[in-house]
Design a binder for this molecule. Sequence first.
Ligand code: AMP
Length: 251
Amino acid sequence: MLYSVKMRSSLGGVHGEGGRHISGAERIVSEEKLDEEILSMVHRAKEHDRGEADFIQVKVEKVKPSDISYCPLIDFYQIDTKTKEEGRKAAKQELLRSGVSLTAVEKGFFLLDSLTDSMRGAMVLDAVTGERLDGRDCRGVRCSNMDIEDAVSYEREMTAAGHGGDHAREAMVLASKVANAKGTVAELCWSDDPHYVTGYVGSKRFGYGRIMVMKDYGDPVGGRIFFVTPGTDMEAYENYLQNQVVLVRMK
Ligand code: AMP
């Protein structure tokens, strides 16, 4: 039997009730790994660069095997950039070649640059017009209920490729679920961790393009955008991203 373990933490109270979001994490693990995973999540929440959380919530739920679906891990590649400007330029090129229009790319960057604090989720934009479709203001759409199917093989392979560790795995898993969602054209992301300047562009066609520098060191504002084909059924799209349990399978 598998269990879903989710953690969220904040500082100064519960997030949304006066507290500031610090971190969140989720795994889908076997019964034997459950205790270890809960402890490791609590430690991560306490040691986060955004601050030491004073509110930590851990939720554990059984996952029925019949509720699980599978999607392939997208390929990994890297673009070496040294400055934010170089990184943004590379990200724009990756989005354009994935099929996002110039108008939508520019709108996306404008929206992310206008943020003064990080959102909890992602903005969803029409990949042609750049119109924002999720209507969820600063909450955005949260992608949840996913993990890598075989964490041991994954970590072995990705560490060898220079992309090991929790942060990288979570991003690869999320990007794979998003890239395989019906409607997604591409994704753009950079972190809200002030000490993590790396971001990525993800798509089913080209994979996960890690872009080494995408923002200034020390900047605590990050963001994500999912670009979708015009006419995407937003209710089905959000439902898949938020609720469908997906295990990401290595090829
Ligand atoms: P992170 O890579 O965790 O630092 O997150 C960067 C940004 O992506 C955050 O500021 C959020 O706007 C967004 N984000 C983080 N986690 C999720 C998620 N599970 N689903 C959708 N968007 C997310």
